[in-house]
Design a protein around this ligand. Structure first.
Ligand code: HEC
Length: 213
């Protein structure tokens, strides 16, 4: 073996430590340069982010209000009677969607899920949450209204709808959890509950009256 081979091998072996040294150095030091970015794709785009300023607009804000009348996709709302339960300030006196057996069945199901916990399955205000709160006797509980007693009993359908949508006094709003068609389904069902809880013999079809006696 010629004499110069040994030092060359030594140099090469030493050189293999150089990348390792760079890597170790990179782990302990900070660089202000951007990271090496081989494929830019669409990663870096000139844009304004939310809350940033933008000199293009007179008010200097990058975030813009939607143009008045803009409707988000899938959010085209029916008229006020259906979305708010009122026309102007007046609550609607009729359910503004067709009342069908399906709607009532849906309303019954939804009422059981969202309302009966407090108001009870018949709407008398004696749901399991109310009973439990009473048994705790903490004295801070506002009992859920009996839907068959005043003032709730005489409320027009639009008012019931609005109660679901925005809540009332101590009752929270259920609008965010219950979509518009389901709110009306519940209203229709509450109206049916009203009738069922205040039914007289005259409400029973003649052919069934005998069986009741
Ligand atoms: C967490 C318990 C709770 C749930 C669930 C609940 N309510 Fe209530 N509700 C109340 C309480 C409490 C009141 C009385 C609020 C007050 O008087 O401060 C009330 C009042 C009402 C009233 C009477 C409003 C009036 O005109 O005076 C109606 C109607 C009503 N709720 C309907 C509903 C319907 C429909 C649902 C289901 C979507 C529902 N509530 C779900 C607690 C609840």
């Amino acid at each position: 073996m010629p004499r110069f081979v040994k030092p060359i091998v030594a140099v090469l072996v030493a050189a293999t430590f150089v990348p390792l040294a760079f890597a170790l150095n990179a782990r302990v030091s900070k660089s202000k340069k951007p990271a090496v970015h081989l494929f830019f794709d669409m990663d870096a785009q000139p844009k304004f982010k939310a809350q940033q300023g933008n000199p293009v607009f007179a008010d200097g804000r990058a975030m813009r209000h939607p143009i008045p009348g803009t409707v988000a996709r899938g959010e085209l709302l029916p008229d006020d009677a259906v979305t708010l339960g009122k026309v102007g300030e007046a609550f609607v006196a009729e359910v503004p969607v067709p009342i069908t057996a399906d709607l009532l069945a849906r309303g019954r199901e939804r009422f059981g899920i969202f309302c009966a916990t407090c108001h009870g399955l018949t709407g008398d205000g004696r749901g399991p949450v109310a009973l439990r709160a009473e048994s705790l006797e903490e004295g801070t509980w506002t009992p859920p209204s009996d839907l068959h007693a005043e003032p709730a009993f005489s409320r027009p359908p639009g008012h019931l709808y609005n109660t679901i949508r925005t809540g009332i006094r101590n009752m929270p709003a259920y609008g965010p959890q219950i979509p518009i068609p389901d709110r009306w389904a519940i209203v229709a069902y509450v109206l049916a509950l009203r009738r069922s809880q205040h039914a007289t013999e005259a409400d029973v079809p003649p052919e069934y009256r005998e069986a009741l006696r």
